[in-house]
Design a protein around this ligand. Structure first.
Ligand code: SF4
Ligand code: SF4
Length: 389
């Protein structure tokens, strides 16, 4: 029997939010081109599947997609901006074991400024509360930490903790997937300080899962200082992404879209064992983008488990001797403090590129529709039509 994989299914590039760190909402996919049930049936066996977008709940056939994916996946988690409360609740009534991660980018004011969704915070928060009341177990917040919301990091973690929910963090990334190349952390020290506080809260908890989260957040400090990943990146070896057009890709962090094959026209075995897939794997082997997103880090933490285990043991021991985690354990943070590297040097280590042309990974037909209308106009009209029917 072949090994089960870790897969992310991008069911749509349509999105109703207007996030400051992601331009995907300007570049939607055409609904008729989006991944079909027939293509989903061709996916391999997975131990974990993440369903994402755009905003996945824009797809009215999401429950059919989930039903199909459950035939081949041990665990499914949907990432959403939480706006379509009724749709989320309905889906969870049908699939009570599903995981839901709602992106909340800070407390009310900050979230609404970053996400650009009318009453976005209250909608997201209300959805989370309703899911909890329904008895859903695998529910949580997702936050992309940046200069603007870093001070809300610990308060939001505490809120999630009070509600007994998972708390997933990320930081700014640039890629074709986010249709963005200019994301960068400006005040690294302040952001790292907030991550340090979170790491200490997590290490101080009684939950081993949270201790490993602490390691992940320690890795985020390393990432925002533009350093080499703490763990190798093995995307495309036992992990894959599939986009709305059926293109199978190693990840969502590359500058341009990298394609291993297309599942609309090929079988899984054909594409996974193809020369094209091997070429992508050799690019991954020398990729220097050093992303630190849960999609690529979680499989690496399982594969190279002794690295986080040793880190956790060492830091729990420190805690018992009343010493806390310090961001200055990272050499680069000390070097920056001591003036050995400048902000400009660190900016150069990041993937931020103010002059590059951003690839959006859209198909020709999806690009074509943007000639007469903006992505926002197309998606708004689309949602309005859905609400009327
Ligand atoms: S980050 Fe997510 S919710 Fe925000 S615009 Fe991008 S796809 Fe939409
Ligand atoms: S570091 Fe890994 S996840 Fe990031 S772009 Fe490279 S291959 Fe993809």
């Amino acid at each position: 029997m072949s090994k089960k994989l870790n897969g992310t299914v991008i069911v749509t590039y349509r999105c109703n939010a207007r996030c400051t760190m992601c331009n995907r909402y300007k570049c939607p996919s055409k609904p008729e081109e989006e991944i079909s049930i027939e293509t989903i049936k061709k996916l391999p066996e997975m131990y974990f599947t993440n369903i994402t977008g755009g905003e996945p709940f824009i797809r009215e056939d999401l429950s059919e997609i989930v039903r199909e994916l459950y035939k081949k996946s041990d665990r499914i988690v949907i990432s959403t901006n939480g706006f379509f409360t009724d749709r989320i609740i309905k889906l969870c009534e049908e699939f009570p074991n599903i995981g839901i991660r709602i992106s909340i980018e800070g407390l009310e004011k900050t979230n609404n400024e970053i996400r650009g969704l009318k009453d976005g915070y209250n909608r997201g928060y209300t959805t989370l509360k309703k899911l909890r009341e329904m008895g859903m177990k695998d529910v949580g917040f997702g936050m992309t930490v940046q200069d603007k919301n870093a001070p809300d990091l610990v308060p939001l973690y505490e809120l999630s903790d009070e509600m007994g929910m998972e708390f997933a963090t990320a930081s700014l990334h640039n890629s074709f997937y986010f249709v963005e190349a200019k994301n960068v952390i400006h005040d690294r020290l302040m952001v790292a300080q907030n991550f340090e506080n979170l790491v200490n809260k997590l290490l101080n908890s009684k939950s081993p899962k949270k201790w490993f989260r602490a390691y992940f957040n320690h890795g985020l400090i390393n990432y925002i200082y533009g350093q080499k990943r703490l763990l190798p990146c093995d995307m495309s070896f036992d992990t894959f992404f599939i986009d709305p057009y059926g293109d199978v890709m190693p990840c969502n962090g590359t500058k341009d879209k990298e394609v291993m094959g297309n599942l609309n026209t090929q079988t899984w075995d054909q594409l996974w064992n193809s020369e094209q897939a091997e070429e992508v794997r050799s690019k991954v082997r020398c990729c220097d983008r050093d992303c630190w997103m849960i999609g690529s880090v979680s499989p690496a933490m399982h594969k190279y488990i002794w690295v986080p285990v040793l880190w956790v043991l060492c830091h729990k021991l420190k805690f018992w001797t009343k010493k806390k985690y310090s961001m200055y354990e990272n050499k680069i943070v000390r070097d920056y403090r001591d003036g050995k590297v400048s902000k400009e040097d660190l900016d150069k280590c990041s993937t931020c590129d103010m002059n590059c042309v951003v690839n959006d990974g859209l198909s020709k037909a999806s690009k074509e529709q943007l000639k007469d209308k903006s992505g926002e106009e197309i998606v708004d009209a689309d949602i309005e039509k859905q609400m009327m029917s």
